[in-house]
Design a protein. Structure first.
Length: 470
């Protein structure tokens, strides 16, 4: 029969089994501890602990712990293979268990097995680091499906690449910018390549369209700058409309907008073979240090066209020249439709071989406010129609010289029979060598803050009965 002892501090000389209840404190235990311990085991065990311990083991175990420990194991053990409620490991045991739960783990964990050190996982949701040597990344998986990843170059993107956070901007599929947080500069050049280039100064794109494809849809601050390298640039894609289709002002919005400029000095932007249009651009579009060259003696649709653009600014460091026929400004001219604010400062020259059709060289239709302040001169034979046409409720503020045109400014037209008039204020206008200075019809309103300078003008003002002059 085993001896049962209760409440003793030290026991020696026992070679039979021993049932102990309560807390027993000892310097050491010799031999295997095969029974169950319901209190705390605070002494050192030189054998194996094969029973269950419902208290704490704070001593060192030189053998194996194969029983269940419901308390803390704070000493050292050769192996601990039982499932436990908690292991508080301060020694260097070799654990071979299924699930280990503890308030603290000590050591490097280099000897742990059965654990994926690259992944934190609960069920089918995980965060995992992957290092292939060349494509290291971090991926986030929820409900068994990868959702996001941090790529090797630091981008944060969705698994199907629909959205990407790259540096200071948020992009959508095909690397198209959605939100730009800081200024960004890209480059285009005749020697560039849309397929292999990245838009940098050393690897520019070929077309302005490619630069617009990478333009952010929303500017938080500052600008998207497109620099044109070299002294000349050939625009070759006819009928190109830059921007996006849709209702007005839902394209590129906010910030300082889009600046298109020469990389250094001035650049000649050649439109002799293709027209250039901008549609539905909600951010300001600004042009700087560009000499636009329209077609010379051809009849291609090769002008500038702006539709549903919020703000367009052509700075006085730019120029516009053409030798083409300007029929309603579709060929060789400039046309604005449904634009909110237009500031045109670039001087305009029509070459001596330029001929006219219907309409005018510049046409402003349904524009809220236009400040057209520049010199417009036709070389050689007089231009057969208007230098400027404003219609359909456009407000036009004009200053500068209009020289050698049939009509300087026409307010309202009758080409299709359903156009309405416009409002115009003359602010230091010079009318030279014109058949008609200003024609106002279809309910237009003309006002002069300063009396125009007039030279060789047949009829200065031709005001219809439905229009007014103040």
């Amino acid at each position: 029969m085993p001896v049962s002892i209760s409440g003793l501090g030290t026991i020696t000389g026992l070679d039979q089994g021993l049932n102990v209840t309560g807390i027993v404190t000892a310097t050491s235990f010799s031999g295997d501890l095969t029974g169950n311990v319901t209190g705390n085991l605070t002494g050192n065990v030189t054998g194996n602990v094969t029973g269950n311990v419902t208290g704490n083991i704070t001593g060192d175990v030189t053998g194996n712990v194969t029983g269940n420990v419901t308390g803390n194991l704070t000493g050292t053990a050769s192996t601990a293979t039982a499932a436990t409620t908690a292991y508080e490991l301060s020694g260097t045991p070799n654990l071979n268990v299924g699930v280990v739960t503890a308030t603290t783990y000590y050591g490097s964990g280099a000897n742990l097995t059965g654990i994926d050190a690259t992944q934190i996982q609960t069920g089918n949701t995980s965060v995992q680091t992957v290092d292939t040597g060349s494509d290291g990344h971090v991926k986030i998986t929820t409900e068994g499906t990868e959702r996001w990843r941090v790529t090797s170059d630091g981008d944060f993107q969705s698994s199907n690449s629909d959205y990407k956070i790259k540096g200071d901007w948020l992009a959508s599929r095909s690397n198209t910018n959605l939100i730009e947080f800081n200024s960004r500069t890209v480059y285009i050049s005749d020697s560039g390549n849309d397929s292999t280039g990245d838009g940098s100064s050393s690897s520019p794109w070929r077309t302005l369209q490619k630069a617009f494809d990478n333009c952010p849809r929303l500017f938080v601050r500052n600008a998207y700058i497109i620099r044109i390298q070299g002294s000349s640039f050939n625009h070759t894609t006819g009928g190109q409309l830059l921007g996006i289709s849709g209702s007005a002002h839902d394209g590129y919005t906010g910030g300082e907008g889009i600046l298109i400029r020469a990389d250094s000095g001035t650049v000649t932007f050649n439109l002799s073979n293709a027209g250039l249009g901008f549609e539905t651009v909600g951010a300001p579009i600004r042009f700087q240090d560009i000499n636009f060259l329209g077609p010379n003696g051809t009849t291609n649709y090769s002008g500038l066209f702006f539709k549903n653009c919020f703000v367009v600014i052509m700075k006085d460091s730019c120029t516009w020249s053409t030798g083409n026929q300007g029929s309603w400004s579709w060929t060789g001219g400039v046309r604005f439709e449904y634009c909110h604010y237009v500031l045109w400062r670039a001087n305009v020259t029509v070459l001596s071989n330029g001929t006219s059709g219907l309409g005018g060289l510049f046409v402003y239709s349904t524009c809220d406010f236009v400040d057209h302040s520049c010199n417009m001169i036709k070389n050689g034979t007089r231009w057969g129609n208007a230098a400027i046409v404003a219609q359909n409720g456009t407000y036009l503020n004009h200053s500068g010289t209009l020289d050698n045109f049939n009509v300087g400014i026409r307010l309202g037209t009758s080409h299709y029979g359903n156009e309405s008039g416009a409002r115009c204020v003359l602010q230091g206008t010079n009318l030279y060598n014109l058949d008609f200075g200003v024609i106002a019809q279809f309910g237009s309103d003309l006002r002069s803050y300063y009396t125009p300078n007039i030279q060789s003008v047949g009829t200065t003002y031709n005001i219809s009965s439905t229009s007014t002059q103040n």
